[in-house]
Ligand binder design. Structure first.
Ligand SMILES: Nc1ncnc2c1ncn2[C@@H]1O[C@H](COP(=O)(O)OP(=O)(O)OP(=O)(O)O)[C@@H](O)[C@H]1O
Length: 529
């Protein structure tokens, strides 16, 4: 098995990775890192959640000239959240190296503060196009020394809406530079366009049968009416009990309204979209990352790149308008070899979009309907409960459908399992307890009555094995699906840790009495975290 050192990464950086529990390169890392260390331009396309960020960060960091404090690498991302996330990841890598400085430059933040930091000398600048342009126009950002440029989510950056800004920024960059394009989707037209800005780029396409990691993300289409949507969503949350869920809406207003309705109905929800202040956006993301919030209602601002551990469910409350958007949205779950469930709500009016998505992703999606009994498969003459269907098709692998629906106490809305990534064998991670896994009882205190008293349902649990991870988030208990390994085998997790959690809460598999893990089980599993 290849390791990072064999790819050309220096031992000191490999050591940093090991401390984060990362030992085995993912396929996109394996193929991109040598190309990038060799100085070539690259267009890299690989499924969501497969480690593209490290694929470009490692070669950049390794090549920084530490005696020069001017910007040497520029990474452009489409959203503030993503720019911040990349910055955090770069800072985590360079935490022990006080000669490498990374700065996030994004809108909504105090310009003066950013300026001071820029003037103090920073070699890696990560930014959103608007704010970068702002600094360029003020003359406060000099890019003459930039040798490396990354367009993350490149297809979006080169699409209408961003293209003009990006082109203006590119004009400020030295001609002699290395250009790197990364995304999970790279439509042909964009590839052709991209080559105008690049020199003989190497095409790295990590081939797999599907553009979607189908072994990790289980997908369903929920056929419903506009009127029935909200009730079906509540029913799904109650039944599947996501650890963390993102619900995507088409517009900021719809996201805001849905969040309001969910909160009114007693759900632990908040919103993320462009109408909020930057402070609120950052606060919401922090709460969500810390699992202090179960449900995040968002626009497509959260669709690309966000890597939040523990997202077990994605609900497309409003259908995405195309296949690319679908791929990125549902890719917020099932990351780094973990598993998740993606449910797309579709009304009659959504049929054209649904057809586009199926065509673009080259698959026919499973249809279900919501009934008072819970979800049922809507294909075929005789409707079957999807619980049994899930078991037949996927055994215990399914996220969120392995349960018998026995009622849905709202005081028991979150399953104990954490995202199914399993452990990274994090040598340096904290293994202390995690606050996120509060029991349902705590969460619902004072929230009115539960809908039903029976809590013995198997929900959408994709537990993370009780391992530590170097993110400082602490080890997470819950069930692991240690038996499941990403087909490429890269997931970098130690087998012992992955299996350690097996048999705990949240495998989603009903017990012999047809019940899933009860609340008691889940509480027990949390205690160990
Ligand atoms: N070699 C590795 N072994 C284990 N985990 C890894 C490895 N490389 C990256 N990861 C982790 O995998 C997760 C997903 O990585 P990342 O966010 O870079 O995915 P991505 O391919 O950029 O996804 P997207 O297309 O959604 O932006 C991160 O939490 C990252 O720390």
């Amino acid at each position: 098995m290849t390791n990072f050192e064999q790819l050309g990464i220096r031992p000191e950086w490999c050591e940093v990775l090991r401390h984060q529990g990362i030992a085995v390169p993912t396929p996109v890392q394996e193929r991109s890192i040598p190309v990038l260390l060799g100085g070539r331009d690259i267009i890299a396309e690989a499924q969501t959640g497969t480690g593209k960020t490290l694929a470009f960060l490692l070669p950049i960091i390794q090549k920084i000239n530490v005696s020069d404090r001017s910007p040497q690498a520029l990474i452009i991302a489409p959203t503030r959240e993503l720019a911040l996330q990349i910055t955090e990841e770069a800072k985590k890598l360079t935490a022990n190296d006080d000669k490498i400085h990374v700065l996030a430059v994004y809108g909504g933040q105090d310009v003066e503060k950013q300026l001071r930091k820029l003037n103090n000398g920073t070699q890696i600048v990560v930014g959103t196009p608007g704010r970068l342009l702002d600094h360029l126009r003020r003359g406060t950002l000099k890019l003459d020394n930039v040798k490396k440029l990354v367009l993350d989510e490149a297809d979006q950056m080169l699409h209408m809406g961003f293209l003009d800004d990006v082109e203006t920024i590119l004009r400020e960059l030295p001609h002699k530079r290395q250009t790197m394009l990364f995304s999970a989707t790279m439509p042909k037209g964009i590839r052709v366009l991209a080559k105008n800005y690049m020199k003989d780029p190497e095409d790295v396409k990590v081939s797999s049968k599907s553009v979607i990691p189908i072994h990790q993300i289980r997908q369903q289409v929920l056929e419903c009416t506009d009127r029935g949507k909200f009730a079906a969503l509540c029913g799904m949350i109650d039944t599947y009990r996501p650890y963390l869920a993102i619900i995507f809406c088409r517009t900021k207003r719809r996201a805001s309204k849905l969040n309001e309705d969910l909160r009114e109905a007693g759900y632990d929800s908040d919103e993320l979209h462009g109408d909020l202040s930057q402070a609120k956006r950052e606060n919401v993301m922090k709460k969500f990352r810390d699992a202090k919030l179960q449900v995040l209602v968002a626009t497509d601002v959260a669709a690309r790149g966000l890597d939040v551990e523990g997202i077990t469910h994605v609900f497309n409350y409003d259908i995405p308008h195309d296949a690319e958007s679908y791929i990125h949205r549902i890719g917020r779950t099932g990351r780094a070899g973990g598993t998740g469930l993606a449910v797309t709500f579709a009304t009659q009016h959504d049929r054209p979009e649904l057809a586009r998505i199926e065509e673009g992703t080259n698959q026919k999606l499973n249809r279900i309907q919501w009934t008072s009994e819970g979800p049922v498969a809507s294909t075929g003459a005789a409707r079957r409960s999807i619980h049994s269907e899930g078991d037949e098709e996927r055994g215990s692998r399914s996220a969120g459908t392995g349960s018998a629906r026995r009622g849905s106490g709202r005081n028991d809305r979150r399953d104990g399992g954490r995202s199914g990534r399993g452990s990274r064998g994090g040598a340096g991670g904290r293994s202390g307890g995690r606050s996120g896994g509060r029991s349902g009882d705590e969460r619902s205190a004072g929230r009115g009555s539960a809908r039903s008293s029976d809590s013995s349902r198997g929900g959408a649990s994709q537990g993370r094995s009780g391992s530590s991870r170097g993110t400082g988030q602490g080890g997470r208990g819950g069930a692991s699906r240690g038996e499941e390994r990403s087909s490429s085998g890269w997931a970098g997790r130690s087998a012992d840790k992955r299996t350690a959690g097996r048999g705990g809460a949240g495998t989603g598999r009903p017990d012999s009495a047809g019940r899933g893990p009860g609340r008691g089980d889940r509480r027990d599993s949390r205690r160990g975290r």
